[in-house]
Design a protein around this ligand. Structure first.
Ligand SMILES: [Zn+2]
Length: 351
């Protein structure tokens, strides 16, 4: 992928980007065909091969990673196995070799640097300090925080072991870095439940006016509390002082796919990944603007056949190459889970 690192993350037109990505995805299909017998059988039974466009790419349902372990590298090359803790059913198991793990980190850094610049900012993680130290049972939540931690310095954990705000630590961070650029990271539900709500209950606010928050993990739990993206952003502004808040969409099953929300509130496909939308019943590719199931594409998975996955998330493409923020390529929104889909215990399953 050497040629990719000199290219702008959001600067290629959809046409240029899709040519580059399609060629890479076809190479990955061939690689996994060779390395993973189960995947080869899927390709054969559906008559899938090299694709001329995104629509013709083979795809696996993301939930298949809960049912069995898909792997395209010999066991001795397995570097780590990511798991998503499930509230129901088995967790997904995602097998990474050293190179895929390195690519995943590199891509994450490249994408987020587009939003925050190259300097390493002081970083407040809305997490427990032990999360990352628990190396055994490497959870997606831990991996997410660990991947992002490369972007920051002076990593500070805002929560204690019981998931309560660690007030002395938070206050010390704010004293040290108030009114400076800082980076905050957390899962959406945890940011709400473990930081924004406790602050509100105490009638407190933090002075992080130059901070940038990245958060992810789904809105389902917050919908029960009638909190949508706009209300979440407003609460971040009121209690943390933040004006820059970026939701992002991604899933443990597909490493490298990180779709970050821009200043206009649109999720953008970066250089390394893309998406298409399929009719929930027929799985035919939907017309632009129509709501359907999201199929996500990623250039990164080399160790398991996860480069093209059909999710259980509903969404729609909002436009191509013309977002007012200036980023090129597809932009889209996610509208929740498909009805009747198994409840996914994703990384925000903290109760
Ligand atoms: Zn945009």
């Amino acid at each position: 992928m050497t040629e990719w690192w000199d290219l702008p993350v959001y600067g290629l037109s959809q046409q240029e980007k899709s040519q580059l990505l399609l060629a890479r995805l076809n190479r990955l299909t061939a690689l996994h065909h060779k390395g993973c017998d189960a995947y080869a059988r899927v390709l054969k039974s559906f008559g899938w091969g090299e694709a001329d466009d995104y629509a013709a790419l083979p795809y696996l349902a993301a939930r298949l990673f809960k049912l069995s372990r898909w792997q395209s590298v010999p066991q001795e090359e397995v570097f780590k196995v990511l798991t998503s803790s499930g509230t129901t059913g088995a967790p997904s198991q995602i097998v990474l070799d050293r190179e895929t793990a390195a690519l995943q980190s590199k891509v994450l850094v490249r994408i987020l640097q587009d939003f925050i610049g190259k300097q390493r900012l002081p970083m407040l993680l809305i997490e427990q300090p032990t999360l990352i130290e628990q190396r055994s049972g490497f959870s997606a939540r831990g991996a997410g925080a660990l991947g992002l931690s490369f972007l920051g310095r002076d990593h500070t954990y805002a929560l204690d072991e019981q998931m309560r705000p660690n007030w002395p630590v938070i206050e010390a961070f704010c004293d040290k870095y108030a009114k400076q650029p800082v980076l905050l990271f957390g899962f959406t539900f945890m940011v709400w439940q473990c930081l924004l709500e406790p602050l509100r209950q105490r009638g407190m606010s933090l002075p992080l006016i130059q901070g940038v928050l990245f958060h992810s993990g789904g809105w389902k739990k917050l919908q029960h509390l009638a909190v949508d993206n706009a209300a979440f952003k407003q609460a971040c502004r009121d209690t943390l002082g933040l004006s820059r808040v970026h939701n992002f969409y991604g899933m443990v099953e597909q490493v490298g796919s990180v779709f970050v929300e821009c200043e206009q509130g649109h999720l953008h496909a970066p250089l390394f990944s893309d998406l298409l939308v399929r009719d929930p019943l027929t799985h035919a590719v939907s017309q632009p603007g129509d709501i359907g199931l999201l199929q996500v594409l990623s250039a990164i998975p080399q160790s398991y056949p996860g480069h093209s996955l059909l999710t259980e998330d509903l969404g729609r493409i909002l436009g191509t190459d013309d977002c007012p923020c200036g980023r090129q390529g597809h932009y889209f929104e996610v509208l929740g889970r498909q009805r009747g889909a198994e409840v996914r215990g994703c990384s925000d399953t903290f109760q």
